[in-house]
Ligand binder design. Structure first.
Ligand SMILES: [Zn+2]
Length: 164
């Protein structure tokens, strides 16, 4: 890394922490991390006020940033589908919500879970409710997959949470 002088470091610090406009514009947490890294690279120790202040800023922003909350919904039986004719009765890949189905994002859920609901499925990850299905009622979900072998592989019971 290119070494910068202590003057340069102080100027960076002043710009980042003193200008409200700039502070709002930049990601303070990322900048604080970068400043600590620069300070270390020019040989400042962990007890140096610059590094200590950068760590404070980083922690402040870490604890102030909203953490997503997960609410347990229950155990769901999850099957897989792809956009083939036998799964969907059509091949345009357009979901019931109107958006194009995308593997890694789309899941079909019962209508008590509105379109746009973000679900966290243990062992699978986050998906967005974008589709419906005739057999998808109660504790059932249908996960969009790339092909039928993925569909078979994914089928099973999973713990499901709503992410807010
Ligand atoms: Zn299919």
């Amino acid at each position: 890394m290119k070494k910068i002088g202590i003057i340069g470091l102080v100027i960076v610090l002043l710009l980042v922490f003193s200008s409200p406009a700039l502070a709002a514009w930049t990601n303070r947490q990322t900048k604080a991390h970068e400043i600590a890294e620069i300070a270390r690279s020019i040989g400042l120790g962990e007890n140096d006020p610059i590094i200590k202040r950068a760590q404070e800023i980083w922690l402040e922003d870490y604890y102030n940033s909203p953490q997503p909350t997960k609410t347990y919904l229950g155990t769901y039986y999850i099957t897989g589908y792809d956009i083939c004719y036998s799964c969907c009765g059509k091949v345009d890949g357009i979901t019931a919500s109107g958006v194009k189905a995308r593997v890694g994002r789309t899941i079909a859920a019962p209508s008590n879970l509105p379109f746009g609901t973000k679900l966290y499925i243990e062992g699978i990850g986050e998906r967005i409710v974008e589709d419906r299905g005739g057999s998808i009622t109660g504790q059932r979900l249908d996960l969009l997959c790339n092909n039928h072998s993925e569909c078979y592989a994914v089928t099973g019971y999973y713990k499901v949470y709503i992410v807010k």
